[in-house]
Write a protein that binds this ligand. Sequence first.
Ligand SMILES: Cc1ncc(COP(=O)(O)O)c(C=O)c1O
Length: 406
Amino acid sequence: MPSTINWTQVQTRPTLMIPGPTELPFPVIQAMNQPSVIQYDRSFDEGVLEPTTLALRDVFQTKSEVIIMPGSGRTALEAGALSIIEPGDRVLVVGAGAFGLLMREIMDRVGADATEFPIEWGARLDVDRLAREAERVRPKAITLVHNETSTGTTYPAAEVAGVARSVGALFMLDTVSSIAGLDVRTDEWGVDLNMTGSQKCLAAPLGMALVSVSPRAWRAMEQRKKKAQSYAYDLLRWRDNWVPVSRGGKIPDGTPRRQPISIPTHLTVALQVAVRLILEEGIANRARRHAIAGGALRAGVAAMGLEMFPDPTIASNTVACIRSPNGVEPAAVVARMREQYGILIGTGLDKIRTSTLRIGTMGITASPHYVLPTLSALEMALRDLGDKGEPGAGVGAAQAAFAEGA
Ligand SMILES: Cc1ncc(COP(=O)(O)O)c(C=O)c1O
C-alpha cells in the first residue's frame, strides 16, 4: 500500500542525484556568501584567479594552462572547437551517445568537415577500427566523450589519444562528467584540449567552463589562416590576455592579467574552494571513492533485479544508466522519487529516454550517505508503481559493497 504521507513536504528541495549539477560541499556554498568584489581587482587576481587556475593543473594532471571562463560544459566544447577548427578542417568525431552527437553538432557549426565514427549506444569502442578510420580520414582533430553521460559508459581515452597521435591529429576530450571523479591524465595520455564544466564531479556551482590547452593546441591556434570568429571564446585571445609572458602569453610577469570577458567572482571563489577540497582529498583517493560508490550503486541495482543499460565492462563510476523494469515508465519513477521521497534522479536521454533511468555519483554524492537513501527511494518508488521487488535487497547489497570496498 503506497504511503499517504508526503515525506517531502518538510524539505525545501530534492537531493540532487541526477548526473549533474550535483550537491555542493558546504564550504563551497559558504564561499559564495559574501559581497561583490571587482572582477579586475588585484586582490581577486592574486588571491583567487591565479591560485585557482594553477591548482586546477593538478586536478587536470597537466602542466599546461587551464582557462576558466563563464559558461558550462558546452561553452568549453564550443570554445575548444571554434579556437582550433577552421572551416573545411577534417575532424573525426567519436559518437557513442547524446554527447557525442552534441560534439558533432558543434563541429558542424564551426564549419568542420566532420566524419562521425558511430558506436552503438552502450557498446565498447573498437580501437583498431577507429585507428583504420583515422588513417583513412587523416583528420586535424579527433574528439571523444570520455564519460558518455547519456549511456553511463567510460571510453578508453588513453587509447584514443594514441590513435590521434599516430595520425598527427589533435585530441579533444570532453571530460564534463569525468574530471575529478575518474582518473583523467591530461598530459600522460596526450590530451590537447581537455574540456569540462564546473557542476559535476568538481562539485562546484554550475556556471564555469574549463579548458586545458596543450602547447601543440596553442601552436595550431597560432597557425590558423584566419582569427577565430568568436570574440568571447577565442582561446588564443584568452591566452594573450590571461597568461604571463614567461608562460607563453602577453601579460608582463608580475602584472595582473587582463580579463578577456568579465569573470564571475562568486563562482570563481566557489571553484577555488571546490578545487582545494579535491586536492586535500587527493586525486587518486577521489577516483577510488567514485569507483567504490559507482560499484556499490551497481551492486544495489543488480540485487534489485534491474539491468544496467551499457556493456558492464565499460560501466561508468560517475553515472549509472539503468533499464527501467518492464512496464514502468522512467518519468513516473523520477516523479515518484522526487515528489514522495525527495531524491531527484534522471531519465535517460533521446532515444533511451523512455526506457532508462540515470543516477549520478559525483563529488560528495559518491558516498553511502547519498547512495543508500537513493537506492532505498528507488526501491520504494518502484514498489509504489507496482514493481514487486524484495524490500531492502538493493540497499543491503550496496551496503555490503561499500563495506568491502572501504
Ligand atoms: C559528457 C557531457 N558533455 C557535455 C555536456 C554539456 O554540458 P553543460 O550542460 O554543462 O553545457 C554534458 C552535460 O550533461 C555532458 O554530460
